[in-house]
Design a protein around this ligand. Structure first.
Ligand code: NAP
Length: 257
């Protein structure tokens, strides 16, 4: 019996093979889950469809830009028709204006601040709201991806650090709200991983170097490391865990000076 047999896992945020969401998707699929993916728009759809050929079974795939509530509603209508339930929901999505991932934090614009909050933090609430009727009444779990820059100042992370603080708080409020429905909500705080989004943070290579030098495990984490931790948190093995931020960061976050 595999951990995710008979479970439907909806994963938001696969863009390419470096995406953290792809590491999570592979772990869930290998554990027997039936997978559903999104892509932000039709232009991105071909790349996701090509990548999905590597999965044991063809996943359900549909377009969904999380800033468009009608598209989110239509996406979950599709999931309702196809599967009638959701057991695991992954939010692995973030964005910020490139020029605001570096430079002086005091120069953050309202438009940039609002954009990063909407896509990187608020969308967790929107996805959970639409998924709730399909997750209610059986063991189910929501997971989002956060980073250490939510709690400590990390050079260049700027507006995204503030969005991640909101995301972690959203995780706790959603966990309290949805717990009575049997829905758990947790966040995984991943160490730095070279992805398209991460490369937009100015000075990202020095963050990777710092982990290699200082983290207890003296190495950076991989998409597969995050995938295995996500599998645990989304499976019934974690049935008593909700509202938590769990670190998959080679232990970097425990180190002082
Ligand atoms: P990634 O591969 O670039 O993934 C980011 C995803 O967000 C992409 O699939 C992107 O789609 C999607 N997205 C952006 N705006 C969207 C929108 N409006 N609607 C729907 N999808 C949208 O980068 P990643 O590093 O794997 O990031 C995944 C998550 O992990 C993010 O929350 C990130 O902050 C978090 N995280 C990353 C690291 C790291 O070092 N890489 C560390 C800790 C946490 P498009 O490509 O189509 O825009």
């Amino acid at each position: 019996m595999q951990l995710m047999n008979d479970k439907v896992a909806v994963v938001f945020g696969v863009a390419n093979k470096r995406s953290i969401a792809w590491g999570i998707t592979k772990a869930l699929a290998d554990a027997g889950a039936t997978i559903a993916l999104n892509y932000q728009n039709d232009r991105m759809g071909d790349a996701v469809r090509k990548l999905a050929e590597d999965l044991p079974e063809t996943p359900y795939m549909a377009a969904c830009d999380v800033t468009n509530d009608d598209e989110v509603a239509a996406y979950f209508d599709g999931i309702q028709r196809e599967f009638g339930r959701v057991d695991a929901l992954v939010h692995s999505i973030a964005t910020a204006k490139r020029e605001e991932l570096g430079g002086e934090f005091v120069d953050t614009s309202w438009e940039g601040y609002a954009l990063s909050q909407q896509v990187s933090a608020y969308s967790l609430i929107a996805l959970a709201r639409h998924a709730r009727p399909l997750m209610k009444g059986h063991e189910s779990a929501v997971l989002c991806l956060t980073y250490y820059g939510a709690e400590k100042v990390v050079d260049g992370y700027n507006v995204m650090g503030v969005a991640k603080s909101a995301l972690e708080s959203n995780t706790r409020y959603l966990a309290a709200n949805l717990g009575p429905d049997g829905i758990r909500v947790n966040a995984l705080s991943a160490g730095p991983i070279k992805t398209v989004s991460a490369m937009g943070v100015s000075g990202f290579s020095s963050i990777l170097d710092s982990v290699e030098q200082k983290a207890p495990l003296r190495r950076n984490v991989t998409q597969d490391d995050v995938g295995q931790a996500a599998l645990f948190l989304l499976s019934d093995m974690a049935r008593g865990i909700t509202g938590q931020t769990i670190y998959v960061d080679s232990g970097y976050s425990i180190i002082g000076v």
